[in-house]
Design a protein around this ligand. Sequence first.
Ligand code: KIV
Ligand code: NA
Length: 262
Amino acid sequence: MPVTIKYLDECKQHGKPIVALTAWDYLFAQVLDQTGIDLILVGDSLAMAVLGYENTLPVTLDEMLHHAQAVRRGVKRAMVVFDLPFLSYQTSPQQALHSAGRALKEAGVQAVKLEGGYPAMAETVAQLVQVGIPVMGHLGLTPQSVHQLSGYRQQGTSPKSEERIMAEAIALEKAGAFAVVLEHIPANLALQITQKLTIPTLGIGAGSHCDGQILVTSDLLGLSDWHPSFAKPYTNLRKTITQAVQAFCSEVRNFQFPESKL
Ligand code: KIV
Ligand code: NA
């Protein structure tokens, strides 16, 4: 049974943690989906993780759609969520509708994600939801605002910032968002938001009290050359790949592969 908003709501109600990861292509999406995870995000972190950009700002809607189409082809069960890239939704609700609509029409994803919860963004969320496009919010450390935030720093560390993030979370729920990502905020704030909201929270660097957890897959697999302190590499694929390629190099250079059969 494919994962639905209703299923994610039931997970929250029954205290069953939601498991979410990012994917950027068919191959990884297929492997992840077959493990039975609940949600796959085509995150704009692919700008950094697989396209080599300095931050998430440069990636375009068309580039993201190309990746989302590949991911979609690999997924049968998980909910596929499309991360709206920088400047594909901020200028107006109409722009957001057009970009999100393309993600549903051209890539076949079930939902979109956007960053921020300030009043204009709540209005955008409401308009998307009104036409039937499910929206996931993203609060706390919002990487598309890296310059405004003076770097990838923890958010919600002052009473004023805590209050603001809580108010934004409530505004997103009111606007009709079906879930919200909480990134790099204190665990206690994430707990308070999780208790306050009826929609599920997905934490990343936000402690263990969220309704689910999301990680960037290249961080989980130890593929990246750098990962944030709150990410946990469960293996070191970078090392495994390096060793395999070195073995191949060595065998080719020593005429051991392929075996000579005359
Ligand atoms: O782009 C991304 O991978 C994300 C997750 C970290 C939530 O937005
Ligand atoms: Na993102």
